[in-house]
Each structure stands twice: as C-alpha cells, then as structure tokens.
Design a protein around this ligand. Structure first.
Ligand code: ATP
Ligand code: TZP
Ligand code: MG
Ligand code: MG
Length: 258
C-alpha cells in the first residue's frame, strides 16, 4: 500500500482540466492532502502545463469545445512524456456530446486510470443503465464485470465508486468498503477523488496506488460525515489534511481482493 503521507512527501503537481462546479473544491482538496494543484484549461497552454506536471486530470463535467481541445493537447503531451493521465467521464451518458467526447478522449489518449461512477461506466461499456445526469442512478448490470471489460478494452485501470468501490486492471480486482452515502449529496466528492487518485498514482504508478487512494478516501469520507450535513465540505478538507499527516501504513481493513 502507498500511504497518503508518502504522497504528501512528494508534493506532486497535478494539472487539472476540470469543470466549473468543482474547480475550487478540487484545488483545495489537493492542497489539504499535500499536493499542488494547477487548474489550466486553455488550449494555448495545455501542453506547456501538462509537461511540467506530475499527473494530469481530465474531467468533462462542464465540457465545451475549447476545454475538450485542451484535454486532447494535455493528454497527448502527457502520454509522450509518460506522465499519468486520470480520466473522470462526468455524466458520460447524459448527452450525445458527452458520450462522443468520452469515446474520442479514450481513443486519442492512453488513460492511466478511469475514475467514474456506475452510470458513467455503463455509458462507456455501452450497457443499458438509468443514470441521472452526473449522478450514478440505477441499473441491473454487474458493475464488476463492466469495470473489468472497460479496463481490458482500454488497457487501463478502472476505479468505480459507490457503496462498494471496485478497482480493476481487467485481471486483478479489489473491492473497497466504507465511506458514506451522504458523500453523493454534496457535489464534487467524486471529482475530488479523481484528483486524489492522480496524486497517489504519480507517486508510485501501480494498481496498488489506486487501491490506496480509494481506501484513504473512504476513511476521509467517514471522518467528513461526522457532524452536521452542512459541515461535510469543510470536514472533508480537515480529514484530507489530518489523515495525510499520519506516517503509518494506511488501514487495510476496508479491502478485499478477488
Ligand atoms: P455520484 O455522482 O454518483 O455521486 P461521484 O462521481 O460523485 O458519483 P461517488 O460515487 O459519490 O462519486 O464517490 C465519492 C466517494 O463517496 C467515494 O469514496 C465513494 O466510495 C463514496 N460513496 C459513494 N456512494 C457511497 C455509498 N452508498 N456508501 C458509502 N460510500 C459511498
Ligand atoms: N454538473 C456538472 S459537473 C458537476 C455537476 C453537478 C459536478 C459533479 O461532481 P461529482 O464529483 O461527480 O459529484
Ligand atoms: Mg457525486
Ligand atoms: Mg462524478
């Protein structure tokens, strides 16, 4: 396992091309855990910023043609320089534009990790699902099977969240329990997690790093919901800050492998 303390020691620079809803929250969350964010979504500088970053996060939450152009430029530069790219296909199935863009980005860029909810995963897999905008929604399909299929198809690691998180590279699979359903009732908890995954992954690129990030964030979420609902956002920042100060092995009790 990789500890969040190790990530803090590295202080990675994370280039985020992200949505307008979560940009501030995501930047604050990265800072709280000891990473350094740079939000830069202009095509004019996307390659230049990507090349100085330790990891790139591509998030299509409020996409438009300029940010999509920037994502392609940043993603390609990162691929050339072996800099990891984490993809958050927010609301991938919500509109034809989102789905087309998701497919284009997956074709043109090698993603190190796809971090998504079950509805977004189903959209990528082409499986019937009742997603609700950017939220996971509901469906009958087997999430683990979809995750393995998408991981194998795109030669990537899929990290899909929900009550039970699944991390798979198509061959090995881990399930992570914990967290709290109230995290789906504030906006950006998933987007921030995608950035946290990027910070862990670039510290030691591996499936272990993704599992570690997801396990860490389950603990962060559990601490964040202790208190009243309106305090979850600020408590999330406090938990990211406090838990990443611990120079000890991350608790492994949430995980199972299969
Ligand atoms: P959604 O839009 O459906 O909320 P998301 O992209 O915001 O998806 P989440 O699934 O909310 O991402 O993931 C954010 C965090 O919340 C993760 O740590 C995840 O494990 C946790 N989480 C989500 N749903 C639950 C749940 N029902 N029970 C426990 N933890 C959950
Ligand atoms: N609309 C477009 S992006 C966005 C909303 C509400 C944020 C989604 O954040 P998350 O982390 O997927 O809940
Ligand atoms: Mg959410
Ligand atoms: Mg999301």
């Amino acid at each position: 396992m990789i500890t969040s303390y190790e990530v803090r020691q590295k202080n990675p620079l994370i280039h985020c091309i992200t949505n307008i809803v979560v940009a501030n929250f995501q930047a604050n969350g990265l800072l709280a855990m000891g990473a350094s964010p740079i939000m830069a979504d202009a095509p004019e500088e996307a390659s230049d910023i990507a090349r100085i970053a330790n990891a790139v996060v591509l998030n299509i939450g409020t996409l438009n043609q300029r940010t999509v152009d920037a994502m392609v430029l940043a993603g390609k530069t990162a691929n050339q320089l072996n800099i990891p790219v984490v993809f958050d296909p927010v609301g991938a199935g919500a509109s034809p534009y989102r789905l087309t863009t998701t497919r284009r980005l997956l074709k043109e860029i090698n993603m190190s990790v796809i971090r998504c909810n079950a509805g977004e995963l189903a959209a990528i897999a082409g499986v019937d699902w009742q997603a609700k905008g950017v939220d996971a929604g509901a469906g009958q399909a087997d999430v683990t099977a979809m995750a393995k299929h998408v991981a194998s198809t795109f030669n990537t690691i899929v990290a899909v969240t929900g009550e039970k998180d699944i991390v798979t590279d198509g061959l090995q699979t881990a399930a992570i329990l914990g967290g709290d359903a109230r995290l789906t009732q504030i906006t950006g908890a998933g987007c921030l997690l995608s950035a946290v995954v990027a910070a862990f992954y670039c510290t030691r690129p591996s499936m272990e790093a993704v599992i570690s990030a997801m396990t860490f964030y389950k603990r962060v979420g559990e601490q964040a919901v202790q208190g009243t609902f309106g305090d979850i956002v600020s408590h999330l920042m406090t938990a990211l800050f406090e838990l990443s100060q611990e120079d000890e092995h991350e608790r492994n009790t949430h995980n199972s492998r299969f």
